[in-house]
Design a binder for this molecule. Structure first.
Ligand code: HEM
Length: 194
């Protein structure tokens, strides 16, 4: 039986994948987001001295200075481009119909982008004096779960595919993205402070 047939025959997964209601999606994601936000806060506190001190923090929103970006290492530039691209594309994937040719094309592009974000992050270690930091667990997790999510859809397991991809978007992109604007880090300096 082909993959597309399997998709059509399973009324539960078909309904969930083809037309996920906005409210049900939100209801599903909210507890996950809450737990991850709490876990993120716990990790943040556990990091202690390995991150720049949050004080004194002076919020000063401003347009990004291109010179600051130019001065950052190549790995960071690649990482940022891939992560922001994956973020935008991920939002589009959630909104667009699933199972179409466009979904597959955008999906493979997303896989490349999030993969590039994870791999490039392995070369960014200056925040922890040249060593891996706790956030690198997200990178390793992404590199393990990403092929699993692709493999799931290749064998017609849409539910697992959807859960793994959603987990990667929230657990990887959103959490890492939120942590990336912490005071002292590049995104903070680019947009919010000194
Ligand atoms: C929109 C999403 C993301 C943004 C805006 C972002 C931004 C950044 C930036 C600018 C850096 C350079 C260090 C600095 O801030 O000064 C960085 C480092 C890093 N990023 Fe991301 N990133 C995102 C997503 C991801 C993802 C998806 C992963 C992993 C799968 C990841 C893992 C890391 C790691 C491990 C570091 C090194 C942090 C450290 O050594 O403490 N990031 N990120």
């Amino acid at each position: 039986m082909g993959r597309v047939e399997a998709l059509k025959e399973d009324p539960v997964t078909h309904a969930a994948v083809s037309h996920p209601g906005r409210s049900s999606l939100f209801a599903r994601l909210f507890p996950v987001l809450l737990v991850l936000a709490l876990a993120g806060a716990a990790v943040w506190m556990a990091l202690g001295d390995s991150l720049p001190s949050p004080a004194p923090v002076r919020l000063r929103p401003h347009l990004p200075d291109p010179a600051v970006l130019r001065e950052t290492p190549l790995a960071v530039q690649i990482h940022l481009a891939a992560a922001l691209g994956a973020f935008m594309l991920g939002l589009a994937q959630f909104a667009l119909p699933k199972g179409t040719g466009l979904h597959r094309t955008l999906g493979w592009t997303w896989v490349l982008l999030i993969g590039a974000a994870a791999v490039s992050s392995l070369f960014i270690r200056y925040l922890n004096h040249g060593a891996f930091s706790l956030i690198h667990i997200l990178s390793a997790w992404t590199l393990v779960v990403l092929p699993m999510a692709v493999y799931a859809v290749r064998r017609g397991d849409i539910r697992t595919h959807r859960n793994r991809m959603t987990g990667l978007f929230i657990g990887g992109l959103l959490i890492a993205g939120v942590l990336a604007v912490a005071p002292g880090r590049l995104m903070w300096r680019l947009f919010l402070g000194d």
